[in-house]
Design a protein around this ligand. Structure first.
Ligand SMILES: NC(=O)c1ccc[n+]([C@@H]2O[C@H](COP(=O)([O-])OP(=O)(O)OC[C@H]3O[C@@H](n4cnc5c(N)ncnc54)[C@H](OP(=O)(O)O)[C@@H]3O)[C@@H](O)[C@H]2O)c1
Length: 264
């Protein structure tokens, strides 16, 4: 299958590193113009440079804006008034004992992980439906389904994204616009690599370290290793493609079999 996104513009939120950066690279390789988003122009400029080093002919739009705020979302839409593919990837996570999560933190997780995605969907969906083509995606997590006891605020926000995704898919019914959630599993990002070496012997080589980590701390995974960000990005590129026209209202798993369920 050859995915060709030439002529399409994609905004990937929170894409200066990690899964978001891998998604921008993969979309750019498929010919899309990609908007790289982070909170500061320094981080965005550095990410754009890395992306151009990997995909020299990439068409890139820098969008330095804190999209978790109302003003930041407005700025993003001002810088990029129309998109064909919206990937709501931005998400924060941090362990916190359940009874110690304050009102402020509950609100922050809702604002950053859910409301930011809702605002951008509201801003971009009418343009997509008006043009009769578009792709909206939400990067959810295994934690949407298997709520982690050590970060239930994060789990709540990812469960909410599944509802938001299903709801906006109904709003876009019959328009040529598809809306889906991607349930990502434990992924090899910088933050997760640090976590692995906090929990297993620092002298172990990476491959062995991650396998020990998965065996001891993520035994539900059928993959028994961390997922590489590019493996999430491949699914996002597929869902962004014209070929994925019949997949909408779904929650698609790239979780290494982590969620012990037959559906979705
Ligand atoms: N890593 C995993 O194992 C895993 C597993 C399942 C699901 N996920 C989900 O996948 C997504 C990406 O995770 P990740 O681990 O790749 O994240 P990450 O490495 O922590 O990267 C977060 C990105 O978001 C940007 N960012 C943070 N706050 C922002 C804001 N307010 N406005 C705009 N950009 C902002 C950061 O850029 P700046 O610092 O430049 O602002 C950075 O590019 C999240 O939704 C996460 O929940 C991750």
């Amino acid at each position: 299958m050859q995915v060709n996104l030439t002529g399409r513009t994609a905004l990937v939120t929170g894409s200066t590193q990690g899964i978001g950066a891998a998604i921008t690279t993969a979309l750019a390789r498929s010919g899309a113009t990609v908007a790289v988003n982070g909170r500061t122009s320094d981080s965005v400029t550095a990410a754009v440079k890395r992306l151009r080093a990997e995909v020299p002919d990439a068409e890139v739009v820098p969008v330095a804006a804190d999209i978790a705020t109302e003003e930041g979302a407005e700025l993003a839409v001002e810088l990029l008034p129309e998109v064909d593919v919206l990937v709501n990837n931005l998400g924060i996570f941090e362990p916190r004992p359940a009874l110690e999560i304050t009102d402020e933190e509950w609100r922050r997780y809702f604002e950053v992980n859910v409301l930011a995605a809702v605002r951008l969907t509201r801003a971009y969906l009418p343009g997509m439906t008006g043009r009769g083509w578009g792709r909206v995606q939400y990067i959810a997590s295994d934690s949407a389904v298997v709520i982690p006891a050590e970060m239930i605020h994060y789990g709540m926000s990812k469960t909410a994204l599944l509802a938001v995704s299903r709801g906006f898919a109904k709003e876009a019914a019959g328009t040529g616009v598809t809306v889906n959630a991607v349930i990502a599993g434990p992924t090899h990002t910088g933050g997760v690599e640090d976590l692995v070496y906090e929990l297993v012997d620092r002298d172990l080589a990476w491959d062995e370290a991650q396998r020990v980590f998965m065996r001891k701390h993520r035994p539900q995974s059928l993959l028994q290793r961390l997922i590489e960000p590019e493996e999430i990005a491949h699914m996002v590129v597929y869902l962004s493609s014209p070929q994925a026209s019949a997949t909408t209202g779904g929650a698609v798993r790239v979780d290494g079999g982590y969620v012990d369920s037959i559906l979705p």
